[in-house]
Ligand binder design. Structure first.
Ligand SMILES: CC(C)(COP(=O)(O)OP(=O)(O)OC[C@H]1O[C@@H](n2cnc3c(N)ncnc32)[C@H](O)[C@@H]1OP(=O)(O)O)[C@@H](O)C(=O)NCCC(=O)NCCS
Length: 167
């Protein structure tokens, strides 16, 4: 893989459209789902992440808060362009999401993993905690969870407080 890989949030309308198109092509089109099925009612409240290789969007993922009191977030729509899968890009997106989650003092993240992706999430600290939904009548999911170590959260708290006292 040649070039510079950048992980960041999308900014422009064009970047958001390219991100949704990637989601659709990887997560919806192979199951004959129409354009638009790759979006839901949480888009404006969630945090979006994109992986850019030489300015082209080749990966994406989304983090949303699902329980403010218990500080639980959910990861959804993780998708990597087919020819760039298994090159570490999904891992980089998950790392960015974990950093954001701990920065926001979230205690847990949950997700529904397609069965072939369970190993990938286990590699990043998630555990299977139950059966997930059956999507489009054929895609089985496992419910997975990661708990952040208190140490990680404590460190994020210290950094946060330091930043506050410096501004
Ligand atoms: C699943 C996915 C997000 C992983 O991202 P990625 O960039 O391909 O993964 P990484 O290169 O960071 O990590 C690779 C590791 O994850 C695991 N892994 C990833 N995809 C896998 C697959 N299809 N089958 C088995 N293990 C897989 C392996 O342990 C692999 O390590 P290895 O290549 O040394 O064996 C990506 O392959 C993808 O977009 N798949 C199609 C859409 C999808 O299923 N999204 C997840 C919905 S829950």
């Amino acid at each position: 893989m040649e070039g510079i890989l950048i992980i960041r949030q999308p900014i422009t309308h064009e970047e958001f459209e390219a991100m949704y198109d990637l989601r659709w092509r990887i997560l919806r089109a192979p199951w004959n789902q129409p354009k638009g099925s790759e979006r839901d009612e949480w888009e404006t409240k969630a945090s979006h992440f994109i992986a850019l290789l030489n300015d082209k969007i080749i990966g994406t993922a989304r983090l949303q808060l699902i329980n403010q009191d218990a500080k639980i977030g959910q990861v959804r729509y993780l998708a990597i362009e087919t020819i760039f899968q298994r090159k570490g890009i999904g891992g980089k997106l998950i790392e960015a999401i974990h950093l954001t989650a701990t920065n926001r003092f979230l205690n847990h993240l949950v997700l529904n993993a397609r069965e072939h992706a369970v190993k990938f999430f286990e590699k990043h600290g998630y555990k299977v905690v139950g059966e997930g939904p059956l999507l489009f009548g054929s895609i089985k999911h496992k419910k997975m969870l990661i708990k952040f170590a208190r140490g990680d959260l404590r460190m994020q708290e210290i950094i946060h407080n330091l930043k506050q006292s410096l501004t």
